[in-house]
Every structure is written in structure tokens, then in C-alpha cells.
Design a protein around this ligand. Structure first.
Ligand SMILES: Cc1ncc(COP(=O)(O)O)c(C=O)c1O
Length: 466
């Protein structure tokens, strides 16, 4: 039965559809019969039999495996949690480590609680929603700044503006926080961390900058034994807080924040998602220990090498193959590493820019791939994409296979485009003769909508014929 709330919610959902913002009801489970070239399971660990076995062994050794019955501040602070945190502190060589149920909780806990009134926060424009959500409920009201993605000059302008507007920070009596991600999931590019560190030291009074790096997409895939980008670049002593999440390369769930002991203690007492949520069950700590053991072992390094080699191979094949395809159909977004990066740091994320992401993703889905479109308005026009991800256990044949299918799709689109141009010319001529003002015709199963004034024809494949 309808009531005011249902009516309002349905109206909002319809409005979203009208604005072409995707909505979902999660009726379809993620399932794919083709190789995984789309998930964040970078090291292919979710399907690794040996890791599964180590997890089951850990579970069988653990006297209790279920939930904790409370948050860490209540009855849910177990030796399993504190021992795992001690392991994280030692492994990453951090002053302190705090475990969270998810990366989302970790970012919200940090950003909502740590920056104080009078401080300022600068974000790369592409940082994750969890960072933004935390900042939105923080005490820094009105002191949020963003800089153009990965642009050191834009960051420089931003810091200068902050110092101008916040004399306390310029005078050494406040803090400017800078939030970046090590590897950006939608663009597949690494942050220029060495330059960010240098610039911050140059501009901000000593002790008044706090750089936070979110390693969600780089943990496990770079750095010694998967310690991430900050460790790979030897920047540990220059970055104040680092987040590692466990849901991507580490094949599980949860997160750890590496930071100073005082910030750790502050988050325990002020970080609302940390305080008000039941702590991770014992079984989760078993899985996390198994996952860290696995990536720390020689096989982890071997998987990282495989991932790097295959990413290089795929990039070379993509670049040479896409040369013959119109750039509006398929282009690899450039992801050049910043200067000073060691050659072994290679991104496994390939943003394929296309004017027809829904058509491309549907084509690949019909072939059994778990491809997802990232259309307008999620991305601005001209930046719509399908994101391909290479995994450690993919093979050259598998990535070649995907590339072959993308080329098939592009060829099909070009043929359709040519046929459509012919249809369009015919329709425009007919409409001009009949002086039709607005007409919808179905021709060869393509919905052709004609506006004789604008002389513009748009079809459901996304091709525009002007
Ligand atoms: C950059 C980044 N930070 C944080 C998160 C949140 O992590 P989690 O999935 O563990 O909540 C994500 C997840 O997609 C992410 O991509």
C-alpha cells in the first residue's frame, strides 16, 4: 500500500533512472563463466586452493571461531585482535596499528574524528567515498579543499590557498591533512607520492602537515612482501597515516590503519564506526593471518611478479591493437608512472575509455565476463569506461582472448555505424521532403529518433550521427 514515504522513495528512484544514474535491486548474483578480468582479486587468492587449506587449518587450530559478542570497547577485544595488530605493527614497521571491520569504517573513523576544529583537509578529487563521508562529519567545517587528480601543481596552489586562509596553520598552530590513494581504482594510476612529500615539506611549517595514504588497491601487489607503495618507495617515515584494506588483493575483508600511538588511542575513543560496531569474529582473524602468511611467503612474491609481467604484456598488446580502432570506440587511458618510480611498480588496472560502455559491457557479459559499464554521469562524457583488471593467475591466452572480443565488438560497432549513417541520410532526406518536425522511426531494429531542426540522430547503441 502506498504511503508518503514509499511515494517519496519511489519518486527519487524514478528520478535517478531519468537522469540515467544506474539503480539496482541486486536480483542477479555476480557469476561469470569466462576468466576473471574485472574483479579486485588482484593476486587471484580468492580461488587459491593452498590459501583455502591454510585458512581451514588455522580455523581447526582455533578453539573458538564465531563472533565476539561485542565491540572492542565492550566484550569484543580478544587476544586474536591485539596479536594481529601487533603483527601488523611489526610487519609494516609502524608506530601503531588499529584493526577495523572494513576499509570504509577505517576511513570514516579516521576522517570524522582526527582532524580538529581549525584544521584543514585537502583531498585528491578522486579519493574514495569513505574518505569524503568521514570528512563530511568532521570538525573542520568549511575547511575542505580538493586538488586536480594527481596534479602536483594543483596541490601546490591548494596548499598555498590553505596557508593564506588559515593563518594559524601557517603560524605552526594547526594541521593541514592531505588525503591521497596510492593506486586509483578507476584510472589505474599511482599517486606521485615522492613529489607530494617534497612539496608538502617545502610549503608547510614542520609538524603541521599530515599526509594520509589509502593503499586499498596497492596492498599486496607492490612493495616488499606486498607492503604497498609507501614501502616500495621507502617513504614510510614521511607518510603520517596509511590505510591497508583486506578486501582486494588480500582476498578477505577488514582493514588496518598504521599511525601514531596517540592517533590510535584517539580513534579508539572517538572513532564512531570503531566504537559502535561488533568486532571482527575469530574466523576472520584466522583468514587474515592465513592471507598475510601466504603473501609474505615466496609464493606471494612469485604471484606479484606474475601480475607485473602479465600487466606489462597486456598493456603492450592493448596499445598495439587499439591503434587500428577509432579512439571513440576503444582507448586505453594513459597511466604513466610518476618519475622516480622503480620499474617493478606496474598497475594491473586498465581503464578502457569508450563512448558506448553499456554496449561493450553487455557484449562481454554475453560471453560470460563479469564486465561492468561505468557510464555517464558516473564518469563525465568522454571518460565513460569499462575497467579491465589483470590478475596474477590470468594467462596470456586469457588476456588475448578478452582483447580479441573487444576488437570483435569494435568491428561490429563500426559496421553498425556505417549502416546507420546510410539509414540516417535516408531518414533526413525523407523528413526534409515531408517537413516532419519530430518523428520516431524503427529501422532495422535500431530506434532512430529524428529531430529535423537539429538534424541529429541518436541511437540506442550510443553512436551519435550529426
Ligand atoms: C580506495 C578505497 N578505500 C577504501 C575502500 C573501502 O574498503 P572496504 O571495501 O574494505 O570497506 C575502498 C573500497 O572499495 C577503496 O577502493
Amino acid at each position: 500500500m502506498s504511503n508518503p514515504l514509499t511515494t517519496a522513495l519511489e519518486k527519487a528512484l524514478r528520478g535517478r533512472q531519468k537522469r540515467s544514474v544506474p539503480t539496482t535491486d541486486l536480483l542477479y548474483e555476480t557469476s561469470f563463466s569466462a576468466p576473471d578480468l574485472f574483479s579486485n582479486d588482484y593476486l587471484s587468492l580468492t580461488t587459491e586452493p593452498q590459501l583455502r587449506q591454510s585458512f581451514l587449518d588455522e580455523l581447526s587450530r582455533s578453539p573458538l571461531v564465531f563472533g565476539t559478542g561485542g565491540s572492542r570497547l565492550m566484550s569484543g577485544n580478544l587476544s586474536a585482535h591485539t596479536e594481529f595488530e601487533a603483527r601488523m605493527k611489526t610487519f609494516f614497521g609502524a608506530p601503531a596499528a588499529l584493526l577495523f571491520n572494513s576499509g570504509y569504517d577505517a576511513n570514516v573513523s579516521f576522517w570524522h574524528s582526527v582532524p580538529q576544529a581549525g584544521d584543514a583537509v585537502i583531498l585528491d578529487e578522486y579519493v574514495h567515498a569513505s574518505t569524503r563521508d568521514g570528512v563530511a562529519t568532521s570538525r573542520i567545517k568549511g575547511s575542505l579543499y580538493t586538488f586536480a587528480h594527481n596534479s602536483v601543481s594543483s596541490l601546490c596552489d591548494c596548499i598555498s590557498r590553505v596557508l593564506e586562509k588559515h593563518p594559524d596553520i601557517a603560524a605552526g598552530k594547526g594541521t593541514v591533512f592531505i588525503a591521497v590513494e596510492s593506486l586509483y581504482s578507476m584510472d589505474g594510476d599511482f599517486a606521485p607520492l615522492p613529489e607530494i612529500v617534497r612539496l608538502t615539506k617545502e610549503l608547510v611549517p614542520p609538524g603541521c602537515a599530515h599526509i594520509v595514504v589509502d593503499e586499498a588497491h596497492s596492498t599486496g601487489i607492490c612493495g616488499p612482501q606486498g607492503r604497498g607503495l609507501v614501502a616500495a618507495l621507502n617513504l614510510d617515515s614521511h607518510i603520517d597515516t596509511v590505510l591497508h584494506t583486506f578486501g582486494k588483493a588480500r582476498a578477505f575483508v577488514g582493514a588496518v590503519i598504521l599511525t601514531s600511538p596517540v592517533i590510535r588511542k584517539y580513534m579508539i575513543n572517538y572513532g564512531r564506526p570503531f566504537i559502535y560496531s561488533t568486532s571482527l569474529p575469530r574466523s576472520s582473524i584466522c583468514a587474515l593471518n592465513a592471507s598475510f602468511d601466504y603473501i609474505e611467503s615466496p609464493i606471494g612474491t612469485e604471484l606479484m611478479d606474475r601480475l607485473r609481467r602479465l600487466s606489462v604484456y597486456f598493456e603492450q598488446r592493448l596499445v598495439s591493437t587499439l591503434q587500428d580502432i577509432p579512439s571513440s570506440l576503444l582507448t586505453l587511458r594513459a597511466r604513466n608512472n610518476p618519475p622516480e618510480f622503480p620499474v617493478e611498480i606496474v598497475s594491473p588496472i586498465f581503464p578502457i575509455i569508450t563512448s558506448a560502455p553499456i554496449s561493450l559491457a553487455s557484449f562481454l557479459q554475453r560471453l560470460g565476463y563479469a564486465a561492468l559499464p561505468i557510464p555517464y554521469p558516473v564518469e563525465p562524457r568522454g571518460q565513460e569506461r569499462v575497467r579491465v583488471v589483470v590478475h596474477a593467475r590470468n594467462t596470456e591466452e586469457e588476456v588475448d582472448g578478452l582483447l580479441g572480443h573487444m576488437v570483435e565488438w569494435a568491428t561490429m560497432m563500426q559496421t553498425q555505424e556505417m549502416q546507420l549513417e546510410q539509414v540516417a541520410i535516408g531518414v533526413v532526406n525523407a523528413a526534409t521532403r515531408q517537413e516532419t518536425s519530430f518523428e520516431t522511426l524503427r529501422v532495422d531494429s535500431l530506434a532512430v529518433q529524428l529531430s529535423s531542426t537539429a538534424c541529429q540522430i541518436q541511437v540506442d547503441t550510443g553512436i551519435r550521427v550529426a
